[in-house]
Write a protein that binds this ligand. Sequence first.
Ligand SMILES: [Zn+2]
Length: 371
Amino acid sequence: MPKAVSYFLINICIFSFSLFFTQTAHAGNFITASASLAKISAIRISSTNDKVRLVADANKEVDYESFGLSSPNRIVIDLKGAWLSPSVKKDFTVSNKNINHIRVAQFSPDTVRVVIDTSLKRDSYDVFSIPADSSNPYRVVMDFGKISNNGSSNVQPAPAPVVPATPDTPGSDIFTTPGIKGKKIAIDPGHGGNDSGAIGYNKSEEKDATLRIGMKLKKMLEDAGATVIMTRTTDTSVAAPTASDVEELQARCDIANKANADIFISIHNDSFTDTSTDGTSTYYYGGGSSYSKKLADCVREGIIASVHTPDRGTKTANFYVIKNTNMPAILAEVAFISNPAEQALLTSEDGTTKFATGIYNGINEFFAGNN
Ligand SMILES: [Zn+2]
């Protein structure tokens, strides 16, 4: 493509992008959105001659998207639903064979943009997220250059080798027989052991709510004739307590992958500083199984019908456990443990049964055979 043409196209892209946000603001959604934006509190960079790693610290999960632009060549990573703390350094010079300059800016009212001047192609960089734990915030990690070599980085944790998800094709055998009976279902109660997950209203811990819901769901699925594979059944980490965050998450993926599970459901609770924020959202990895979105929709609708939580939608994300499992996989943020009413549900016998029932009904709908 001639340079002039591509330059023109890029400008159109940027224009449409800003138009989109302008319309969002005019529609009155910006006020609501700004109340729930994630704060990017730090951008950390480490580099060797082969590899550059950027880590963005955020106070809650953010969605992100990466794409390349030309004239000059650069990679853009947009952190969506986020704002950049004024104290964050915004301009970096690095000494690396592929990258010299990195810029960070508030691109639109709810998007933080990272721009890397480089000619690296899509197979030479990787972007993934690591959930918050008791000692670290939620992080978006961006690796450039030699992405398979983890030994040279001094930013913890180093990523474990990534097992690419194998997208299946419509008509694959999980729907040969409709219904839950005979299916292999992996359930991942989020966090555990040293990692409490979010600390909610009344100091309740996410790891307890996810386990209670997961164990009730296990029983319901087994009663219906499914084989259930749990990543944990007690208050413990899945990998060794000394393992890095990524090793811990990979251990959860390994359990589901080795069991050759038909579907993978990771159960989590959302949390936010504004305690009025509430509702249910489900996430799937866009580059994985073609059935993940359907599973995410079914489970979200099942929970909302059972618990009557507000609907926050089905979203895509690169969360480690849904990206590195080989089957239709979702992560459900079933409710906000930071919200007093939802915390009461997440810590009660009746409430946790309702969440488990909702997820069960969603799985039942997914396997109902009307594909
Ligand atoms: Zn969680």
